[in-house]
Ligand binder design. Structure first.
Ligand SMILES: NC(=O)c1ccc[n+]([C@@H]2O[C@H](COP(=O)([O-])OP(=O)(O)OC[C@H]3O[C@@H](n4cnc5c(N)ncnc54)[C@H](O)[C@@H]3O)[C@@H](O)[C@H]2O)c1
Length: 341
């Protein structure tokens, strides 16, 4: 094992703990007896009931403390660090979504830039063993070279969301350089699974199907040159984060690194959709076929995402491996049970 296992004596601060990834990560750490402090502002970007449902599942753990708060509020963050003295911080709180950053840019600057700056400042004044933070595959912009490698040039983001994530990497680098904060950025590639984000396409497709409405597919209806996405199942993401928590970058020069966490196996959007139809058919015991409307690709969307996972595998001996058949079946089973379909 070339990473340190989680230490139950330590305190892990997870921001965005009521969110999709934050919830699953918190639960995994809690199951291993770690002290987890979760913070989340429970904003209504998507159905807050799902956020409360996730928190309900964390409540039974006596080693879990939840704080309803905003990372862009500096006094709140300072107080949390003073009171709980976290050993490790995992910053997942952010305004996510590419398309929404076109409609509502303010919230991206507030949460992703000011919020992350507050986390960095807190780590500067209350040193932590490791700061792990969410970046995104969107930093690769319209990169044509595949697979995307961490060494690729990523100075051409095509959405404000991507710009904020790339900015986070630069800010974290600077703080690592100046204050020797060991920091690791995670470039996630389209994460999906049960209790996932309702704003994401696969979730929206299921919603539309049950509402008796057609789904819109933004790929120009061009199946030859379809969009490709590297979809990553939530359990793989959590496993990757858990291992990387125990692998802070070396302190010799600038202790900062970024990793792709993706599947290294992109799928055509249409294949993904057909697999979702099959998974819902299995869950319901009847054939599901979506009514489809094809539209032009949306501004800010990228034609392909494809992760090289070599760096991740080399560092912690793991790469995501769940197939979309397996992962989407788990999503479909959960969806039908949760929404009683
Ligand atoms: N899910 C993906 O496919 C994906 C891909 C790339 C990057 N990411 C990044 O991973 C992280 C987690 O994503 P997720 O899918 O779990 O999203 P999510 O929206 O489900 O979770 C984020 C949580 O952060 C909270 N939050 C937002 N702004 C906040 C603020 N200012 N203060 C406190 N809490 C705040 C939200 O209420 C939410 O519960 C995000 O940083 C996101 O940008 C996710």
């Amino acid at each position: 094992m070339n990473y340190k296992p989680l230490d139950p004596k330590k305190t892990y601060l997870i921001t965005g703990a009521a969110g999709f990834i934050g919830f699953f990560l918190s639960r995994k750490l809690l199951e291993q007896g770690c002290n987890v402090i979760g913070i989340d502002n429970i904003n209504d970007y998507y159905d807050v009931n799902l956020k409360y449902a996730r928190l309900e599942k964390l409540k039974p753990y006596s080693n879990f403390t939840f704080i309803k708060g905003d990372i862009s509020d500096k006094p709140t963050i300072t107080k949390v660090f003073e009171q709980y003295k976290p050993n490790v911080v995992v910053n997942l709180a952010a305004q996510a979504g590419v398309r929404y950053s076109i409609e509502n840019p303010d919230v991206y600057i507030q949460s992703n830039i000011i919020g992350f700056y507050n986390i960095l400042e807190a780590c500067r004044h209350h040193p932590v063993e490791h700061l792990v933070y969410a970046s995104s595959s969107s930093v690769y912009g319209a990169n044509k070279k595949v697979p995307f490698e961490e060494t690729d040039f990523v100075d051409h983001p095509v959405s404000l969301y991507a710009s904020t994530k790339k900015s986070n990497e630069l800010m974290a680098y600077t703080y690592s350089h100046l204050y020797k904060i060991p920091a690791t950025g995670l470039r996630f590639f389209t994460v999906y699974g049960p209790m996932g984000r309702p704003d994401m396409a696969y979730f929206g497709f299921a919603d539309k199907y049950f509402a008796g409405e057609p789904i819109k597919i933004f790929n120009n209806g061009d199946f030859e040159n379809d969009l490709y996405r590297d979809f990553t199942y939530i359990d793989d993401i959590v496993e990757g984060i858990e291992r990387l928590i125990g692998k802070p970058p070396l302190a010799d020069s600038v202790p900062h690194t970024v990793y792709n966490i993706g599947n290294n196996s992109p799928e055509k959007l249409m294949v993904f959709i057909e697999t979702l139809e099959k998974a819902l058919s299995n869950a319901l015991g009847k054939e599901v076929v979506f009514e489809k409307i094809f539209e032009p690709i949306k501004p800010g969307d990228v034609p392909a995402t494809y992760a090289s996972t070599d760096r991740l595998q080399e560092a912690v001996g793991f790469k995501p491996k769940t197939s979309i058949e397996e992962g989407l079946q788990k999503f479909a089973d959960w969806y039908c049970e949760y929404y009683v379909k």
